[in-house]
Design a protein around this ligand. Structure first.
Ligand code: PLP
Length: 428
């Protein structure tokens, strides 16, 4: 496959956009080469500017769970656009999507809509700080909660107690209020809480991690976090921007029957338009302006096009009770097929999977946290990525990303993918 026009377009983009992209991982830095420019997409496929068809395993990093250009979403957006695209005033649509979301997700009474997952997590933490009147938060190395300052803290060696900024521009003042813990390590969390008694407002966690590959929580991990939070007056924030409306109707809270205090959403909830949201029980949500003292706002929040897309998406998921089971079966089929051919070709690998999230790691040891995820062989991953691309299969251009299975994928697509993995892994 040739990517001539994409390369030309990238060169043009680089002149006027930093790195040619509006979000860094799109730039192919981790795998080499130049990014592919998309012209259109439908169902499980994307069509690029060179006329290639790609089977898409990223699906806009999660939102397109029912496939690209899903008809009910497209129709809803077109109809709403004709009636005006933004008012900065309330619309009935906002109440409709809020009511539906609240009915689908356990343990939430009220929800507020914002424009991205980043905003949702940032606002959730502010709310938790305001509510508890405490400053510090605990986050886990390798968990991503968007690009706001408090979250751009990563575990370097010895950075277990106090975070060090990993992006210039994040002040040390901000970094010191973010404590880092190791994913799936309860003792580590308990020690941090003990060392910062009555200072921690919230623990924010991806209840199934998806930003260091797919890493499900060990048995007891989420239960343990819940208990530690309850015992210490800390709010538990589930960042379900990736997992919400994907792993189950009610997200990970439903899947594992664990109660979070605040839940963040993004990706699927917007049906492919820029939407985020955060939700909690009434007592916490009423702490937000205009009812309460914690300020949070947005000119385009609850935008009618975004709400129309999100509502159509949630209605479609709500109406199809078999969807999550069907997605799980497709993903299990793909994972089993890949496992078989990778083994046959003597590749060293680990596949992690839960529901419709799956990741391939080129290391034999179990991948349970950021440290183990970082051990994967990136040279093999590069060959894997570019090999699949030549076969017309698009996975994320980074070894730390989850694949997102969409309902639009057929078993023929999955078989084709498994054959391509076989072919490519013979060249390692
Ligand atoms: C994608 C993601 C975010 C950030 O959402 P944006 O819409 O990109 O700002 C936050 N948390 C998790 C778990 C995510 O996967």
């Amino acid at each position: 496959m040739l990517y001539t026009r994409s390369s030309q377009l990238f060169a043009e983009a680089e002149k006027v956009i930093p790195g040619g992209v509006n979000s860094p991982v799109r730039a192919f830095k981790a795998v080499g080469g130049t990014p592919i420019f998309v012209k259109s997409a439908k169902g499980a496929y994307m069509y690029d500017e060179d006329g290639n068809r790609l089977i898409d395993y990223i699906n806009s990093w999660g939102p397109m769970i029912l496939g690209h250009a899903f008809e009910p979403v497209v129709q809803a957006v077109i109809e709403k656009a004709k009636l005006g695209t933004s008012f900065g005033m309330p619309t009935e649509l906002e109440t409709q999507i809020a009511a539906l979301a609240v009915s689908m997700v356990p343990n939430i009474d009220k929800i507020r809509f914002v424009n991205s997952g980043t905003e949702a997590c940032m606002s959730a933490v502010r709310l938790a700080r305001g509510f508890t009147k405490r400053d510090k938060i605990i986050k886990f190395a390798g968990c991503y909660h968007g690009h706001s300052d408090s979250f751009l803290i990563q575990a370097g060696s010895g950075a277990i107690t106090f975070g060090t900024p990993n992006s210039p521009g994040v002040t040390e003042g901000t970094a010191k209020d973010t404590l880092l813990a190791r994913y799936n390590d309860l003792e580590n969390v308990a020690a941090l809480i003990k060392a910062n008694k009555n200072e921690i407002a919230a623990i924010i966690v991806e209840p199934v991690a998806g930003n260091m590959g797919c890493i499900p929580p060990n048995k007891g991990f989420l239960e343990g976090l819940r208990q530690l939070c309850t015992d210490n007056g800390i709010l538990l924030i589930f960042d379900e921007v990736m997992t919400g409306f994907r792993l189950a109707r009610g997200g990970v809270q439903e899947l594992f029957n664990i109660t979070a205090d605040i839940v963040c959403f993004g990706k699927v909830i917007g049906g492919g338009l820029p939407v985020g949201a955060f939700a909690a029980r009434e007592e916490i949500m009423n702490y937000l302006a205009p009812l309460g003292p914690v300020y949070q706002a947005g000119t385009l929040s609850g935008n009618p096009l975004a709400m129309a897309a999100g509502l159509a998406m949630l209605q479609s998921l709500d109406a199809d009770r078999a969807i999550f089971q069907r997605l799980e079966e497709k993903t299990a089929y793909l994972a089993a097929g890949m496992e078989k051919v990778l083994k046959a070709n003597n590749v060293v690998f680990t596949i992690n999977r839960i529901g419709s999230m799956v990741s391939v790691h080129f290391d034999a040891a179990p991948v349970v946290d950021f440290q183990s995820a970082a051990k994967g062989d990136n040279e093999t991953f590069k060959k894997f990525f570019h090999g699949l691309l030549q076969e017309g299969i698009y996975i994320a251009p980074s070894a730390y990303e989850t694949w997102f299975i969409t309902d639009a994928l057929t078993y023929d697509d999955l078989d084709f993918t498994i054959q391509a993995v076989d072919k490519v892994s013979k060249t390692f």
